[in-house]
Design a protein around this ligand. Structure first.
Ligand code: UFG
Length: 329
């Protein structure tokens, strides 16, 4: 019996593949490699280069393997791009989910863990955010993930496929030995961009606005280490295997860090002055996003372990400084 990890060659997916393998799970990876990297998946893990929207190719993966559960990471995830090309996001993200659920239903695979996002909430009415708070996405990316959650909900009621949707806040860091990490063709995330300064790839980091109603005027986010996140997926699978009902969980540390604090932490880790320039606000950025993850702690017994910001950034630095060109593919 194997766990199929769709999107296992991406940033979050590849760290989950490592964690699942380390945990003794038999893992199969399906990834289109459009944004993922083959080199991020161990050689000895069975790998299919497929776009999950290709139902026939996906059907073959299920026919050739004894799959008992699915962990689903395939999605486009650039908020800004989704505001320019909404249909690209609905086609890939929602289309992929339809195809996956159809093939799972056909092969009687009854468990799915889904990679969701804090972007399903939109601009929060209150912080920390609870799973029961309103979901009013402010961009097509967040909307696509919310639609995918709703689709799983209907399919779970009608076809008895149980799901866990994990709503990540800001995923950060890299596998602690520095062998895999974040490598996006278009980088938009704060930590990799900050680290490009000590790597000599950019002169300074631009802070998108310092006039927010926060302690130092810069945006506050809840950063969660990618290894802690992977552990939550293993716990979620255990929960479903033990008969747990379909459920949604926030995954965050519950602590907020400002952009300024992140830059300072990176200065400490790298020993580089990392010049920062104040820029204009990035449209659509909420001032403060922090998770209430009590539900995941109580039901999944999950608790983040790498919580000191310097420790999180140190793992990212280990990866980026040893792989300045990422996977080089
Ligand atoms: N930021 C800067 N300068 C930069 C890059 C980012 O100041 O060069 C700021 C942003 O304005 C934001 C913070 O750093 O305040 C974090 O930005 P990221 O782009 O790293 O992350 P986001 O909070 O925008 O996005 C994350 C995930 C998305 C998800 C979203 C949910 O990356 O996938 O949280 O709100 F949709």
């Amino acid at each position: 019996m194997a766990v199929l990890i769709c999107g296992g060659a991406g940033y979050v997916g590849s760290h989950n593949v490592r964690a699942f393998v380390q945990h003794g799970e038999k893992v199969i990876v399906a990834d289109s490699l459009e944004t993922g990297h083959r080199a991020s998946v161990p050689e000895d893990v069975k790998f299919y280069k497929v776009d999950i929207r290709d139902s026939q190719a996906l059907d073959k993966v299920f026919a050739e393997n004894d799959i008992e559960s699915v962990v689903h990471f395939c999605a486009y995830s650039l908020v800004g791009e989704s505001m320019e090309l909404p249909l690209k996001y609905f086609n890939n993200n929602v289309g992929g989910m339809i195809s996956l659920l159809e093939v799972m239903h056909k092969h009687s695979v009854k468990r799915i863990i889904f990679s969701s996002t804090a972007a399903t909430y939109g601009e929060p009415k209150r912080v920390p955010i609870l799973e029961t708070d309103p979901t009013i996405p402010t961009n097509p990316y967040g909307e696509s993930k919310r639609i995918m959650e709703k689709m799983m909900n209907w399919v779970s009621r009608i076809h008895d496929i149980r799901y866990v949707s994990l709503r990540y806040f800001n995923v950060a860091g890299a596998w602690s030995d520095g062998t895999i990490g974040e490598d996006h063709k278009v980088e938009t995330h704060l930590i990799p961009l900050i680290l490009q300064v000590p790597l000599g790839k950019r002169e300074h980091i631009t802070i998108y606005g310092d006039d927010y109603p926060t302690k130092d005027g810069t945006c506050i986010r809840d950063y969660i280490h990618v290894e802690d996140l992977a552990r939550a997926h293993l716990l979620a699978l255990g929960y479903l295997r033990n008969g747990g009902e379909s459920n949604i969980f926030n995954l965050g540390s519950g602590d907020g860090y400002s952009v300024m604090e992140m830059i300072n932490a990176a200065r400490t880790v790298t020993g580089h002055p990392i010049p920062a320039v104040i820029g204009t606000r990035r449209p659509g950025d909420p001032a403060r996003l922090v998770a209430d993850s009590t539900k995941a702690q109580e039901i999944l017994h999950w608790k983040p372990e790498i919580v000191k910001m310097e420790d999180i950034i140190a793992t990212a630095w280990k990866w980026h400084s040893s792989h300045p060109h990422g996977y080089g593919d």
